[in-house]
Design a protein around this ligand. Structure first.
Ligand SMILES: Nc1ncnc2c1ncn2[C@@H]1O[C@H](COP(=O)(O)OP(=O)(O)OP(=O)(O)O)[C@@H](O)[C@H]1O
Ligand SMILES: [Mg+2]
Length: 361
């Protein structure tokens, strides 16, 4: 909508992960290095945690783009509430194996194992990527651990990445996760961008669509964007996208702090899940651990006062609910903005119509 007003060649702040727009922040670069290190080990689990919208999925997409296409066979499962009984079937079908002809788990397991051996024989490696892994129950994770037992000689033939929100760290702290923790090759917690990176991130995305300084941003506008979003990329995207839309509606070519404050108030970002702000103010930056230390202790729980590991699987629900509430609130305000934009377009069309009639007369 605002793209032509600012002469952009595309949308700079899409909400869906797009590797074309990948910004290598310090945290993202370090996370990538850990992922690559883990991949090199060719076994066990690699765990990436991070706040909602910190860029975990984007990171893995970027990694997959960089992988040698011929020797790694990656499959990705995105799961909300995957039951333990479904896991083997879903993994098998992700690798393209037939699963409809049987309900027998051991048949599926044999198929999967044979397939993994076949890949291994061809000099290829299977990589299972489980996104949104904070939703997995302890039993499902245990099933995943069993899959990591497949071996050819002494070599593991399936490696897994677990990506998840900070609740995944809590989940890993449970006593019954002890065995899985011993299989973790690398664990990384992706923190938010800092103030300087927040500005670089915005300028990077804008430059990618041909921005040459229109609109301009006051330094204090960047300060405010950072303060409001706490450096979480998805929040930055939402806020700046809305700011640009408002800029188009108000025909602005420069944004001040007050413009950002106004949009932030509209988006009610300050009302987002408190734990995200707690984490940022507690200085919860990137943390990484590799085998040896990771097995003993995963990064600490997210922030003082944050929920600690519990004993029931339902404990991840409140965090998921607050993320959901935040998204619904964003949706509501998006609808409001769309109405405002439609009104403006109508107004422009009407005034053009009036001009036209006047010219004709
Ligand atoms: N390094 C980055 N470079 C460019 N864009 C990024 C980066 N990190 C995150 N983003 C953007 O932020 C948004 C959220 O990123 P992403 O979906 O990867 O987060 P996530 O951590 O997987 O979130 P969730 O916890 O909801 O799964 C996306 O629009 C993505 O494009
Ligand atoms: Mg994600």
């Amino acid at each position: 909508m605002y793209e032509s007003f600012y002469r952009f060649t595309g949308k700079p702040f899409q909400l869906s992960p797009d590797p074309e727009f990948f910004f290598g922040s310090r945290g993202h670069r370090r996370a990538m290095a850990y992922l690559e290190y883990g991949l090199h080990q060719a076994e066990g689990f690699i765990v990436v945690t991070g706040e909602v919208g910190a860029g975990k999925t984007t990171l893995v997409q970027q990694l997959l783009r960089r992988l040698p296409a011929n020797d790694i066979v990656p499959v990705q499962i995105v799961t909300t509430q995957l039951e333990a009984e479904d896991l083997v079937r879903i993994v098998a079908s992700s690798f393209g194996l037939p699963t409809d002809d049987t309900n027998d788990k051991s048949t599926l397991l044999i198929r999967l194992e044979q397939y993994l051996h076949k890949l291994h024989g061809e000099g290829k490696r299977a990589l299972l990527i489980v996104d949104e892994a904070q939703n997995l129950g302890a039993r499902t994770i245990e099933e995943l651990r069993m899959l990591s037992n497949f071996q050819a000689g002494t070599k593991a033939i399936l490696q897994s990445f677990l990506l998840g929100q900070p609740e995944l760290r809590d989940l890993m702290q449970r006593p019954e996760m002890r065995q899985l923790k011993q299989r973790i090759i690398a664990a990384y917690h992706l923190g938010p961008l800092d103030r300087a990176e927040t500005q670089q991130y915005i300028e990077f995305r804008l430059a990618h669509v041909g921005w040459e300084g229109d609109p301009a941003f006051a330094e204090s506008a960047f300060d405010r964007i950072f303060a409001v979003t706490q450096g979480i990329p998805r929040r930055i995207n939402t806020l700046v996208d809305r700011l640009l839309l408002a800029g188009f509606l108000g025909e602005k070519h420069r944004f001040e702090e007050s413009d950002v404050a106004e949009i932030a108030a509209e988006l009610k970002m300050e009302l987002g899940p408190q734990r995200q702000f707690a984490a940022a103010t507690a200085g919860d930056a990137d943390q990484a651990e590799t085998a040896g230390t990771a097995g003993a202790a995963l990064p600490r729980s997210i922030a003082p006062g944050a929920r600690q590991a519990g004993t029931t699987e339902d404990e991840t629900a409140p965090a998921s609910m607050s993320a959901l509430e935040e998204r619904v609130a964003l949706l509501e305000s998006t609808t409001g903005m769309i109405f405002a934009t439609l009104k403006k377009v109508l107004r422009i069309l009407r005034s053009r119509g009036t001009d036209h009639r006047r010219d004709a007369a």
